[in-house]
Design a protein around this ligand. Sequence first.
Ligand SMILES: C[S@@+](CC[C@H](N)C(=O)[O-])C[C@H]1O[C@@H](n2cnc3c(N)ncnc32)[C@H](O)[C@@H]1O
Length: 339
Amino acid sequence: MTDHERLILDRQLDPATRQADARRELRAALERDPREIPSKYFYDDAGSELFERITELPEYYLTRVETAMLRDLAPGLIERTGACELLELGSGYSIKTELLLDAICARHPHARYLAIDVAESALRAAAARLLPRYPELRMHGIVADFTRPLVGVPEGEARLFAFLGSTIGNFAQPAATELLRSIADAMQPQDRFLLGVDLFKDLITMEDAYNDAEGITAEFNRNILRVVNEHLQCWFEPENFDHVAFYDDLNCWIEMRLRTRHSVMLRIFAFDDERPYILDLTRGEEIRTEISCKYTRAQVEAMLRAAGLEPLEWHVAANDFFGLALARRLPPDAASTDR
Ligand SMILES: C[S@@+](CC[C@H](N)C(=O)[O-])C[C@H]1O[C@@H](n2cnc3c(N)ncnc32)[C@H](O)[C@@H]1O
């Protein structure tokens, strides 16, 4: 089979529905107090590339530490779980996924890799790298929003579901638990779930990871406005916004915002109202673009249980920076008493 024949790429939504959904969602988010732009809008082609650059920054310990953990853990984990298929949510460029695929393909060379991400360009880049590396692997990429009901995900057996990079931290409660519950609902009893979570640590380390000296995170943050411009056909000027990232002690999360340097009045025509929608931002006003929750082990395990998942293993980096939890779906009757 050629590389081309081993790849299936599905789009869950047609472009028009996707666009209409995005406009509805962005309008609601921009009208919220505080104003928001959901973090999934970071990931157009440029945003996905910028995120990859972030993962290589000295300040961004998350990827480095999780990768080192997976390097040690993956072979044993795959042996213990008996996983012969990998389903990853928010897979991005699937770089550290290779550590899981190395272990799976060593036992099951014809394995299938199901990768779900909003960013089609990231899925394509991952396929272009992975298919030559694993000559018998089949990859099925699904361009979809994992917060929406997932349709078209094929059935499988002994699957390892993976949700890495602490992407779960981009969701506050109860959305995080709901997302985990939708994953649990998609799992079979013999499937296992691997969750990567960033852990609470000293303030400087946490804040520096989102305020790198090179300014790549700032560039990534501002790029979200270009994505919004594209969806709403409006003219946010990214260079007129400052990147702000700080630890919120009350919520135990890092929050990223964009602060406007001037007052801004935007006319938005894309909402199909009779008149253009006017978005008024006063000088210094901020738009929240991301939260990134920092957890303790107890919080992670409570969240898994609340979602109908039973924690089986807990692994933590030597410096306590990052955690990996392995879980399985609770039997439906046990889960219903837990919820
Ligand atoms: C923080 S990055 C993590 C990427 C990679 N898993 C890693 O650990 O380095 C988040 C990834 O999730 C994807 N993503 C974010 N929100 C999403 C959503 N609602 N539905 C599907 N994919 C999403 C992004 O495109 C991006 O690839």
